[in-house]
Structure formats: C-alpha cells, structure tokens
Design a binder for this molecule. Structure first.
Ligand SMILES: Nc1ncnc2c1ncn2[C@@H]1O[C@H](COP(=O)(O)OP(=O)(O)OP(=O)(O)O)[C@@H](O)[C@H]1O
Length: 472
C-alpha cells in the first residue's frame, strides 16, 4: 500500500514524500479513502500513529476540488484543545498544502486578536482554532461559516468532554447542518463515543487497535515511592540514567512550579509549562525543551494531547492523572512514529486508586521497579486490570483540564467584546508549537519549514514487530 493508492493527487503526494513518509500508517490507510469519499469518520488509533495526516491529507484533497474561499469565510475548521496543538496542526496543514492554492490560518487565545482578524478578512480554506478564541472572532464578525464544508475535532474525546462541550455546542450551532464531520483521537470513552455519534452523520468508525490502548513502542513501568521522596527520586533518575530530554507531568500548576524549582536546585535545567503561564513563557519553554537548551520540561496535562516532540525518549508521571485516559495521552508523547520510548510513573500509596483505574483501562498490569534507596514505607497494594472498567469520571462542568474555564464561563456570560481580556484566556491552553519551530501567529498558505529540508525517509517496515505502523 502506498499513498498514491489512497486517491491523493500529485501535489499532496509530493508534499508527503517531502516529509519522508514512504508508507501510510494503518489509520491513514483506512481513514484517507473514507474521508475522500465524503463520509463522516470517527477514528481511533494509538498515539503517534499519524492521525494528523490521516485527516489533513484527505481534507486537502477534497478542498482542492472545490471553489476557493471568499472573504471571512472558512471551508474547513479544525478544532484542537490546546494552543500548542493548534499551532502544530497548522504547521502540518501548511506543509501538506504547499503545492495547493489553498489558504490556511491558525487562531488561538493568549496572543493579540487584531492580527488574526486581519488575516481572516480574505477568508481561509482551512482554519485551525481553539474554541474560545474562535467564538470571540465569530462574535466580532471576523469569521463566517456559511460555506463550511468540513469540521474536524482533533482529540475528539477531549473536545467533547465537560470542559469544552459548551463552546463546542455554540460553535456547532453556527455551522451549516450539512457538512462532513471528522473526529480523531487515541481514546474514546463509551460516553463520549455516544455524544460524538450524535454530532456526526452515520459515521464510519475506523479503529486500528483495541480501544484506549497505549502505543506498543512505549516501555512502561512504575516506581513505587513515598510521596515526599518523589522529587529526590526524579532527580536521581535523571542524573543516574543520564536522561537528556524528559517530559514530566504533574497534576497541578503549582506542583509544576514547585518541582521545577527543586530540579533546578539539584542542578537540572528545567522549565514549567501550564495554563497560568503567559503564552510567551509557554512558547519559550517548549522551544527551549525541543532545542535541548533545557533537559526537563515540567508540564500539566496541557502538554498531554497531540504534541509531537521529535524523538522524545522519556516521559515521567510525577503524579498519576485522575482521568485514566490522560495516562494514555501523556505517555504517548514518546514512542511516536515507530520510534521507541520509555514512560515511568512515580507512584505513592495514596495513588493506588488512580493506578488501578489506569491498569483497567489499558488492560495491562504495569511492571513495578523499586529504585534502591527509595523503597516506600507504604505498600502500593495490588491491582487487577481485568476487572470491568468503571464509568469514566468526568471533569467538573465548565472546567477545562488545567483549571481553565470554558469560553462562556471565562467571559462571565458577557458578550466577548466587552470582556476581551478574559476571552483571550478562554480557550485556555493556547499557543503554538510546531515540531521544530514555534510561531506565535502562524498563518500561511504554503510556507516552508526546517522539517522539510533533507527529510530522511520514514518507513514502517524497519520496526515491524513493535511499530504500530507495521502491524498490518
Ligand atoms: N506515513 C507516515 N510515515 C512516517 N511518519 C509519519 C507518517 N505519518 C505521520 N508521521 C509522523 O508521525 C508522527 C506522529 O504523527 P501525529 O502527530 O499525527 O500522531 P497522532 O496519531 O496524531 O498522535 P496523538 O494521538 O498523540 O495526537 C509525526 O512526527 C508525523 O510526522
């Protein structure tokens, strides 16, 4: 199977080959023809298996056949839960649409709105957005959806959970009823799956692995440890194992700041990224991490979804997430595109319940390795992954993960224009990061990227045993 067999035209095939992709991943092989055929698609596939190209390539194929955009209008809307992810997806859209006469743009909160309004004036064929800022732009008349053809919910389960559903409903209400709906994620709870089906029209369900499964390329283990020894253990591991690039997840923003300070005190170069940081600080931290300027990025779940950090070798859960699906997404920042990676969770006795929930969700008992000198005084107890899965705990209504409120709540239900400062924060997590390049106000049609230069061929066959790309 090659990309040419999937019904993509020459300019798109050229862009794909410039990226070094030789073979479509299983999710791409299944989703691309269905999207090109105009069907609604709900797609589930493990983290790092190329879902972005799975919806972007056929979307471009369809748009390239129709009429180009008109002023303030959008033909395809891609919604993402974080600003960083919006930027990254925007970058992919630019790369893949290089040879096409299509305009694309990215909008998210936390940066000035006026340049975004100016860019939208001429309309865009593809708009990548976070929900809060999109609503503000809509309410200010900067963007119109009369000609919208395609809606994509990237990280669909996250977009449809309690924190985002109000904004999504408002957006859906202003879109034409007749449109193509695409929803992609690595995880779908039954509850969210039902909700998604209500939005899509007889969707084709594409799934290439058991529901909610982790990428096979990630070696996972847990280290039982007492809560008050976690930062010492993390510092010890980073130094003794010579981890040069580690993404560490904490449960709270305060916890991320505190841990960053401890690591720095222990001589480890670290920065924190979370929703209370300015967009500038977020962008800087992620860029410094990607370039190797700092070895450790301490993040809340703001960084759990979708971020594609090239060859990231190591993820650490300093604390386990409350929602078990978030574990799957967090550890999926490593072991992407067939590369191997390692994910370690530091688990204290008070987290036994979260651990049980995670092991049930992924149907796998995680290996325990106690590090010498860090033996816990309190036992973890044992879990049984095979018991039936409990209903998923939803996040509190109106709360985005990472303490962010929905656009509506953040604006205190006032029209956006009257409370712009808050509205800017609304979609919360917002600012971009592409794989190698961060661009705060990325807007483009056919821009260039360092990624495309001298791209090595990326093939699935090299790692057939473990790679999700090669398991067909
Ligand atoms: N056909 C392909 N061949 C080789 N590499 C690919 C191919 N398609 C995508 N990639 C690369 O694989 C990586 C992961 O892709 P992507 O970010 O789309 O994963 P994803 O499935 O959306 O993951 P997540 O669930 O974490 O969002 C990217 O670096 C992308 O460039």
């Amino acid at each position: 199977m090659s990309f040419a067999d999937l019904g993509l035209s020459a300019p798109i095939l050229a862009a794909v080959s410039e990226q070094g992709y030789e073979t479509p991943s299983p999710i791409q092989a299944q989703a691309i023809p269905a999207v090109i055929a105009g069907k609604d698609v709900m797609a589930a596939a493990q983290t790092g298996t190329g879902k972005t190209a799975g919806f972007t390539l056929p979307l471009l194929e369809r748009l390239s056949k129709g009429q180009l955009t008109k002023s303030n209008q959008v033909r395809a809307l891609i919604l993402t839960p974080t600003r960083e992810l919006a930027a990254q997806v925007g970058e992919s859209v630019s790369l893949y649409s290089k040879g096409l006469p299509l305009r694309s743009s990215v909008v998210f909160g936390g940066v000035k709105i006026n340049p975004q309004i100016a860019r939208l004036k001429h309309g865009c064929d593809i708009l990548v957005a976070t929900p809060g800022r999109l609503l503000d732009l809509y309410q200010q008349g900067a963007v119109r959806f009369n000609h919208l053809e395609i809606l994509v919910l990237d990280e669909a389960d996250r977009m449809l959970d309690m924190g985002f559903i109000h904004d999504i409903r408002k957006i859906l209400a202003v879109l034409p009823a007749k449109r193509q709906n695409l929803m992609f994620s690595a995880t779908f709870s039954d509850e969210i799956r039902k909700l998604a089906k209500g939005i899509a029209h007889q969707p084709v369900e594409v799934s290439v692995a058991p529901a909610n499964s982790t990428a096979q390329t990630v070696k996972q283990w847990i280290s039982p440890v007492d809560k008050n020894r976690k930062s010492a253990l993390l510092s010890h591991l980073i130094k003794s194992e010579s981890w040069h690039q580690v993404l560490v997840f904490t449960r709270t923003k305060h916890g991320a700041n505190k841990l960053t300070k401890v690591l720095e005190k222990n001589g480890i170069s670290a920065a924190a990224i979370h929703g209370n940081k300015s967009q500038g600080a977020r962008t800087k931290a992620l860029a410094a991490f990607k370039s190797g300027e700092i070895s450790t990025l301490v993040a809340t779940d703001i960084a759990a979804r979708g971020l594609d950090i090239d060859q990231l070798p190591q993820v650490v859960n300093f604390e386990l997430p409350n929602v078990p699906e978030d574990y799957v997404h967090r550890i999926g920042r490593t072991g992407r595109a067939g590369a191997s990676g390692q994910a370690v969770s530091l688990v204290s006795a008070d987290e036994t319940k979260q651990l049980n929930d995670i092991e049930r969700l992924i149907q796998n008992k995680l290996e325990r390795h106690t590090v010498a000198g860090f033996e816990p005084t309190n036992d973890l107890g044992s879990s049984s992954p095979s018991r039936p899965q409990k209903p998923r705990r939803s996040r509190p209504q109106g709360e985005h993960k990472d303490g962010q409120r929905s656009g509506e709540n953040a604006r205190g239900h006032k029209p956006a224009g009257k409370n712009r400062r808050h509205a800017d924060k609304a979609s919360g997590e917002g600012k971009p990061a592409s794989r190698d390049k961060l661009s705060a106000n990325h807007s483009s049609s056919g821009n260039t990227s360092r990624q495309s230069e001298n791209k090595p061929k990326r093939s699935f066959s090299a790692n057939k045993q473990t790679s999700p790309w090669g398991n067909r």
